[in-house]
Design a protein around this ligand. Structure first.
Ligand code: 5CA
Length: 450
């Protein structure tokens, strides 16, 4: 993309309403625009990152064997009357009436609808196990929408639902989700710690939240610092292998890590004092096992081997896709702007032409642009007639992990400069070598964007 033709409405001033750094940078970098409290337009740069995050979630869900579908944002109230949640959900639910006076709602989650799909089409244990998921806009009329996309009213969420014959099978689905989430967040450059949590309006006994540590997080968390040494890495997991998934769950959840809702001071005090941490975290996902709560209320049954009709065991599993943009920025920025991890960056590198209009500099930039694009990389070429300082400031703000700087002086010696946004380190090298180096860095991080 050439910056002169892109739509990147960068703001010079820091918007007064933004209280936390991710919100400030998303507004300043022209990623989002607020349209109403907690409701945003996703401008091209923000939309690009949203799609990359979404695609990582899709890839990891499908690697775990989960099946994508798409349910609508608007739902009939009658489904929620069946489960009893129409009244329970309270003011957070946005209720709408259509022209025929039918009660509708903008879905805050989809347990009822997916259960309805299941009961309409599945009747035998032979069709189990089954996990269906979608990534769709949700609406929760939050009393205090704030911090930009972090706590929106309209937000983008991945929600998945498992249907299993037995509790044991459903617990495997729970473990499988936990494992796939660990991999998902790591691919986004995040450490998200599974913490024992409270189930709230979803219901159920078993639930873990995934938290990214950040001072600006809304949840207070208590943990054994040993949990932060754990990394999932590039493990080759067989998601059908019950004991393997169970093993990963135990490894990642056996140390003390809880949100304030489930915090137990006496248990926490058993952690060696030097490892006890009290901090804040951003909740980027949650998994639930709730057994037959919805299947019994809504008649989602299957015939078992003996021909008996039994309600299926279910769980639901969410990832805050739009919130993740905020969480990633909170975890990865400096005073100049965002620092995108390679896995989610909107463009793979910036090309800064120090002397736009200089025949040699323009030619070298065009050649770099072509070779990077030919390798499947997406460069953002700043081809504007601007001062070098302004070009650098824009690149730093929007946070591309790598920048190639091209100027007549370097070109005389046959080199360009490759700079790492995170460390600030630069090296001079011939243009072809800069391209090869970037191709190597992004191998394994190629996520489709837009
Ligand atoms: N049905 C279950 C699992 S699919 C569910 O709704 N879980 S949830 O309530 O925990 O939401 C899943 C994730 O969505 C949360 O972990 C959080 O990351 C994100 N989320 C929830 N509310 C908001 C909000 N108001 N703004 C942005 N993200 C949110």
């Amino acid at each position: 993309m050439r910056l002169s033709r892109y739509f990147l409405p960068v703001l010079k001033e820091t918007p007064a309403e933004a209280q936390i750094v991710s919100h400030r940078y998303m507004l300043r970098a022209g990623m989002i625009k607020q349209q109403a409290a907690g409701i945003y337009s996703w401008l091209p740069l923000g939309f690009k990152v949203l799609r990359k995050i979404e695609n990582i979630v899709h890839e990891e869900q499908q690697r775990a064997g989960h099946i994508p579908l798409l349910m609508p944002t608007l739902q009939p109230a009658d489904l929620w009357r069946e489960s009893g949640r129409y009244d329970d959900y309270g003011e957070e639910m946005l209720r709408i009436r259509d022209r025929h006076d039918r009660d509708m709602l903008y879905g805050p989650t989809n347990e009822e609808m997916v259960t309805d799909i299941f009961r309409s089409h599945v009747s035998s244990y032979k069709d189990l196990p089954l996990t269906l998921y979608h990534i769709q806009w949700k609406f929760r009329d939050e009393i205090r929408p704030r911090f930009g996309v972090m706590r929106g009213r309209e937000f983008y969420m991945k929600d998945g639902y498992n249907f299993d014959l037995t509790q044991e099978d459903a617990l495997h689905a729970y473990n499988r989700h936990l494992v796939s989430y660990l991999r998902t967040y790591e691919r986004m450059g995040l450490q998200a710690i599974p913490m024992r949590a409270d189930s709230g309006p979803i219901g159920g006994d078993d639930t873990h939240e995934f938290l990214v540590l950040a001072d600006t997080g809304e949840s207070e968390v208590f943990y054994d610092s040993a949990v932060t040494d754990l990394t999932f890495g590039d493990r080759d997991i067989d998601y059908d292998d019950v004991s393997q998934c169970q093993g990963v769950l135990e490894e990642f959840t056996s140390k003390y890590a809880r949100t304030d809702e489930t915090h137990d001071e006496a248990l926490f005090n058993q952690v060696p004092e030097e490892r006890r941490r009290v901090a804040r975290g951003i909740e980027v996902g949650q998994i639930f096992y709730f057994g037959t709560k919805y299947s019994e209320a809504m008649g989602a049954t299957v015939q078992d081997k003996d021909g008996n009709k039994v309600p299926v065991h279910m769980g639901s599993h969410g990832i805050g896709v739009s919130r993740l943009l905020g969480a990633i920025i909170e975890a990865s920025h400096d005073d100049k702007g965002i620092i995108w991890p390679e896995g989610v960056t909107p463009f793979h590198c910036g090309i800064v032409n120090l002397k736009q209009g200089d025949e040699e500099a323009d030619g070298a930039c065009e050649a770099l642009y072509k070779s990077l694009t030919a390798l499947g990389l997406e460069p953002l070429y700043d081809d504007r007639k601007e001062r070098a300082g302004a070009k650098f400031a824009t690149m730093d703000l929007i946070g591309l992990p790598w920048r190639i700087t091209v100027g007549p002086r370097g070109l005389k010696n046959g080199v360009v400069e490759l700079t790492c946004r995170r460390t600030g380190e630069s090296e001079e090298l011939p243009p072809e070598q800069a391209v090869t180096k970037l191709a190597g860095i992004y191998e394994g991080h190629m996520v489709r964007g837009l």
